[in-house]
Design a protein around this ligand. Structure first.
Ligand code: PBG
Length: 324
């Protein structure tokens, strides 16, 4: 006998909070979150970042306290970006054992040894021109830059980095870094590759946050946002070069790419919710048109659903303060 009523009622499992919790497919928790922070040398007080309400450039002199505060909140992993006052044309500060990259890595590890410290490995924060590597004849030279990225990764590892995250978008950078780390006795240090990194306009507020001097764009090395097949190729190439973790960046506009990589690789996958994504949520919430708390969880939940294991987000500290 066919019923006059629906036989399939998906609402049955939505009736109470406990039933909804019981069948929830994806969750967020502290161990999946990585918090990117900006650390500036020669600064006295935290500087608010205008494009990223709630985020500050942290004075290097206050970094130890901030690391302890974040660890006490329950943060597990952190990605420090340096805001350098010692820029030159190749970014040599990042190649020095006493430069900002090395100092901030050491400071965090000493203050909060339990934090997983994953420095960004790139030169754009340390070069006067703001590009991610060494300029030769009007372009960023790939092979000179990857040799330098290898040296930079060794500097970070020697300072105590638990993992390195190359973001310069150079060909062969993962293989070059792996070889350099192995040669220097750091074969145990994993590489989280920014493996699918778009030349995205969602990085807007980061330029202010990191004190970038870039004029122009990075389209000659970062990926064209229109390309999906190439996005998969980039990640599979990094896997073949020895990456331990893959990443898609930005996140929200690239969930298709994330799901595609998830189907084609067995590696852990990270999603980077970038500065512009953070800004859109913050400013929309300030305008009173969205519920910030709910939208943050919805956007990060979508990344988990698309296959991301780890999430880099500027909301990490706030999420821990509010409770996940
Ligand atoms: C360095 C780097 C950038 C970001 C992370 N690492 C800037 C860029 O590639 O232009 C952007 C992160 C963000 O917007 O939150 N290459």
């Amino acid at each position: 006998m066919s019923s006059r009523f629906p036989t399939t009622r998906l609402r049955r499992l939505r009736r109470t909070p406990a039933l909804r919790d019981l069948v929830r497919e994806n969750t967020l928790s502290a161990e999946h979150l990585i918090y990117p922070i900006f650390v500036e040398e020669g600064l006295d007080e935290p500087q608010p970042i205008n494009g990223m309400p709630g985020q500050y450039r942290i004075p290097e002199s206050q970094l130890a306290d901030e690391a302890r505060r974040l660890a006490a909140l329950g943060l597990r992993s952190i990605m420090p970006f340096g805001v350098s006052h010692h820029k030159d044309d190749i970014g040599s500060d990042a190649l020095s054992g006493t430069g900002l990259l090395a100092r901030m890595t050491r400071t965090i590890k000493e203050a909060a040894p339990e934090l997983v410290v994953i420095p960004d490995i790139c030169f754009c924060e340390y070069t006067t021109h703001g590009h991610c590597g060494v300029i030769c004849d009007d372009h960023v030279d790939n092979d000179i830059t990857i040799a330098n990225l290898g040296r930079q990764a060794v500097i970070a590892a020697a300072a105590g980095a638990d993992m390195v995250a190359p973001s310069a978008a150079m060909d062969g950078q993962v293989a070059a870094i792996r070889a350099a780390l192995d040669d220097a006795g750091f074969s145990h240090v994993p590489i989280m590759a920014y493996s699918t990194k778009m030349a995205s306009s969602f990085y807007g507020p980061f330029r202010e946050a990191a004190g970038s001097t870039l004029k122009g764009d990075r389209k000659a090395y970062q990926m064209d946002p229109m390309n999906g097949r190439e996005a998969l190729r980039e990640s599979l190439q990094d896997e073949a070069e020895g990456a331990d973790i893959l990443m898609v960046k930005p996140a929200m506009a690239y969930l298709d790419v994330m799901a595609d990589i998830r189907r084609h690789s067995l590696l852990p996958l990270a999603a980077y919710q970038v500065s512009g994504e953070y800004a859109m949520i913050k400013f929309a919430a300030q305008a009173g048109v969205i519920d910030e708390r709910a939208v943050v969880r919805e956007s990060l939940g979508a990344m988990r659903r698309a296959g991301a294991d780890l999430i880099l987000t500027y909301f990490a500290a706030q999420l821990l303060e509010e409770g996940l």
